[in-house]
Design a protein around this ligand. Sequence first.
Ligand code: GLY
Length: 318
Amino acid sequence: MWGIIATWRMAKEGVKEGCALLKEGKAAGDVIETAIRRVEDTPYYQSVGYGGLPNEESEVELDAAYMDGDTWSVGAVAALRDYANPVSIAKRLSEEKVNIVLVGEGAEKFAHKEGFERKNMLTAQAKAKYQKRVEGLKTEAGQPYSGHDTVGMVCLDTRGKMTSATSTSGLFMKRKGRVGDSPLIGSGFYVDSQYGGASATGLGEDLMKGCISYEIVRLMREGMSPQGACERAVNQLDQELRRRRMEAGDLSVIAMNQKGEWGAATNIKEFTIVVGTEAEEPAVYQVIRQPDGHCQLEKATSEWVENDEQKEKVAAGV
Ligand code: GLY
């Protein structure tokens, strides 16, 4: 069995490409990197890679991570500027024994030394959005922290190897140097080829409080299905946050186990995922939260997917 699952509809093309590669017998490490790069390279996805929205100083600072579920090798970068594909830099770092998580200037120096592609990641559209927001904040009592969605994936190849990876520009108007859950092992991602993997999207500051991706893999290790583990982890963290802090940010997750079974859950009304396995063609699903805390997964129609993509293009100003 092979398979790949990703957060958000924006991963559709990457997952499709990933499925074709997995079918050919390609390794989960290369496949997940290719699939995430596809999202990073698309200028109208405003929360990942090129086209990502900037921090409060108008700089695009990117976070990304990669984990190998066989060896537990991990690499991550945070607050990285001016490099086209943070996921590839994270994957390269996972080959190192020490210095596997690099931030800011240190990450940029490493990327330069290793010959990764330098690129100004701030598009004209993202800059215009930033300027509009700055103007808006002068007149409205606004809350700048909104609009975030990480691409996170879990991949299983024909040899049973699993990987997990993430990439994001984090919160729009975040403070310079702010790091979310996406490059933090156990929070934004975790994978163990013996049991399965998970990845998260939403408010990093809250996702990291529950080490949510590790918790999902732990629950799968105890025998829970991916769907059961996702729902349990989201609902428990949501309840704990509300009990201790009176509120919980957005928490959305995906998981796949070593049999290629998969699941997803959220504490918001709805989020989207993309999944393809040996048994199912790649498809977009809407994950809809029910009043009882369970999530209903509905395959999105092609009309819905096109409409959603069109809305995103309009929002990005392309
Ligand atoms: N989940 C992405 C972030 O908070 O940066």
